[in-house]
Design a protein around this ligand. Structure first.
Ligand code: NAG
Ligand code: NAG
Ligand code: NAG
Ligand code: NAG
Length: 298
């Protein structure tokens, strides 16, 4: 099994590579059909954010310290996926100091997590990460355009308890920095958005072409070029570390990563994270995702 991320933040994919396979479209989601394929999850935030999960971001209310947190959203796909390709056509992603958005695959807490888009406080570039139980490592050298965020072998530290944080080194998972500053935040948005595609596959084979910007009824990932992030199973038994995943799209504020005092200050953001989120509702007017479409192939 392998997991590839392809981020096409500019409209120019295409390099040849020998990996890849063909898939048939199983879902073509946009507008109402996109919403129908997901459920809102009004749950406590596992990352301890200054957030209340309802169904949309509140950018008008000034909060007092006794309020439970700024309203935001967390949605989970109704279907779970194992081998699949998902192409996210993203027009806009949340931006602003204090924001921590994510698009990921997971089946919390025991089936691993694949973070496709994740970042905090407008800091670019995007980071793709895996989180699993122990005894799962990635080779330091592998065919991808992004950069391993740690030297030599990466260890997938346990991230199997709901209280786990991303700031603890032991839980930071296996991250790859996408080699493009337009891959995240305001720079992604001002560039007009872009595409993220994940291929989660159980086989290696060659196959043929496909268009990302007008996804058809079938695709052949062979012509997508070198992935931005590549996670092979050479040093990790994927069958025991990953199960079927829901697609989750969430936006928290502050919390264990975005709100960590050192991370928040290093982002050049004003005040403290929680005070900023409480006192500046209009700063969150752009804290939204807009998806043109989501096409899923299996
Ligand atoms: C969120 O829920 C509220 C209250 O049920 C409703 O008025 C509002 O239209 C909903 N917004 C979205 C985006 O679904
Ligand atoms: C989104 O949800 C996943 C699964 O519960 C969690 O691991 C991740 O930290 C959350 N991210 C944010 C930004 O809320
Ligand atoms: C997929 O694309 C590759 C590279 O162009 C090609 O060799 C292969 O035959 C294609 N597979 C199918 C099923 O069309
Ligand atoms: C760790 O994983 C390898 C396969 O990747 C397996 O052979 C080995 O038994 C595992 N070790 C433990 C302690 O589970």
């Amino acid at each position: 099994m392998r997991i590839d991320f392809h981020s096409f933040v500019i409209l120019a994919p295409a390099v040849t590579m020998t990996l890849g396979a063909t898939y048939q479209r199983s879902s073509q989601l946009a507008g109402q059909s996109f919403l129908d394929a997901f459920s809102f999850q009004a749950i406590p935030d596992p990352t301890n954010g200054r957030v209340t999960y309802v169904n949309e971001t509140d950018y008008t209310t000034t909060l007092s310290s006794s309020d439970p947190g700024r309203n935001s959203f967390r949605i989970e796909s109704n279907i779970q996926y194992e081998t699949h390709v998902a192409i996210f056509d993203i027009a806009h992603m949340p931006q602003g100091c204090g924001t921590w958005p994510a698009i990921l695959g997971a089946n919390w807490p025991n089936e691993g997590e694949v973070d496709i888009v994740e970042g905090v406080n407008d800091q670019t570039p995007n980071t793709c990460s895996l989180h699993t139980g122990s005894n799962c490592t990635m080779p330091s050298s592998r065919p991808m355009t992004g950069s391993d965020r740690s030297s030599s072998l990466q260890v997938f530290a346990p991230l199997m308890v709901p209280t786990a944080t991303h700031t603890d080194n032991g839980n930071s998972g296996c991250g790859v920095s996408i080699n493009d500053d337009k891959s995240y935040g305001p720079q992604f948005n001002s560039n007009g958005g872009g595409w993220y595609a994940i291929e989660r596959s159980s086989r290696l084979s060659d196959s043929v072409p496909s268009d990302i910007n007008s996804p058809g009824s079938s695709i052949n990932t062979s012509n997508w070029g070198t992935p931005a992030a590549y996670f092979p199973d050479t040093d990790c038994d994927f069958s025991t570390h990953f199960g079927e995943h829901n697609i989750i799209i969430n936006l928290t504020f502050c919390g264990d990563w975005a709100g960590s005092s050192s991370v928040y200050a290093a982002s050049g953001c004003p005040s403290t994270c929680v005070d900023y989120v409480d006192d500046n509702p209009s700063a969150f007017e752009n804290a939204y995702f807009e998806f043109n479409s989501l096409n899923i192939y299996q």
